[in-house]
Design a protein around this ligand. Sequence first.
Ligand SMILES: C[S@@+](CC[C@H](N)C(=O)[O-])C[C@H]1O[C@@H](n2cnc3c(N)ncnc32)[C@H](O)[C@@H]1O
Length: 339
Amino acid sequence: MNSHIPVLMKEAVDGLKIIPNGIYVDATFGRGGHTKEILNRLGPSGHLVAIDRDPDAIKHASNINDSRLQVHHAKFSSLPSLLKEKSIPKINGLLIDLGVSSPQVEDKNRGFSFLKNGPLDMRMDPTTGESLLSWLKKANSSEIQNVLSVFGEERFSKSIANEICKVIKNNNANGKNKLKTTADLAELITKIYRLKGKNNQNLKHPATKSFQAFRIYINNEIDELIFLLEKIPEIVVTHGRVSIISFHSIEDRIVKKKMNPSNKSVSRSDRMTSKQYAFISDIKYIKEPLLPKIKQIKRVLPSHEEIKVNRRARSAVLRVGELARDFEYLENPKNQKNK
Ligand SMILES: C[S@@+](CC[C@H](N)C(=O)[O-])C[C@H]1O[C@@H](n2cnc3c(N)ncnc32)[C@H](O)[C@@H]1O
């Protein structure tokens, strides 16, 4: 099954304020929902670069026949070097729709889902890196616990980690306990919940948090996001737009922080006196350009209607930001408040 319903598609693409002849990047092509919407709004001389680290996503991109679109199999952390290779100095806007696509989750062979029995893999790009099973075989209990508690906020992280290590040691024995597939892992976690006297109380599968935590770790998702956010001022033009859709509170906190730096870091008085500020604002020619900042334009949550037709949307948060020079950022007193 290859369907993926794009989340907050109109809102995220509206946020880019598309210039018809601009150059845009969709950093997470998936099945191309956002890409198609960007293409709909671009003029004949506009360009769109779309990337995805999943080779399956790239295969599907061949269904879109449009000379304005270039598709690349790459991690989004390599976007700055990819743009350099393509001799694209700056882009007008960037869209990032984080997480996994429905076809990835629905394909049992990818190992993302506790509802479908498959290998413990979870790599978004199965051509490189380490599968979950191979990492679990090497990791010690405290490393596993750490991943479960940091990325999953899993309250039974210690017990689950200990049990994983115990069972993995016996994997080659003929006993009943083994840990080779997603069903084995889901069963192990459910057993721990049962032992703790917690049985599906809030209707969430007990393995939800652990599976999400392992996926984030195996794909280095947080580092990928932080790296790309840091590079945005280098690759997006001043006043260019970024639309970022997150599905996890850690990701959204990182995006929020990047778009709403604390009062302290942007406050004019912390950095310069008002006289110095007036002087800087008056300078017509600045040799060393001031570092651009991303200022948040808006935060959008999916409507009840969208959540009704697409359950994936329920945890989505879209933040739209605009690249602004430091002094422009400071000129607007609204930006000095932490929204
Ligand atoms: C939520 S889906 C995107 C769906 C897409 N917007 C659509 O409408 O079809 C996320 C996609 O981003 C890809 N992805 C996640 N992290 C990535 C990264 N660091 N670099 C490149 N692609 C990534 C995943 O493989 C997945 O295909």
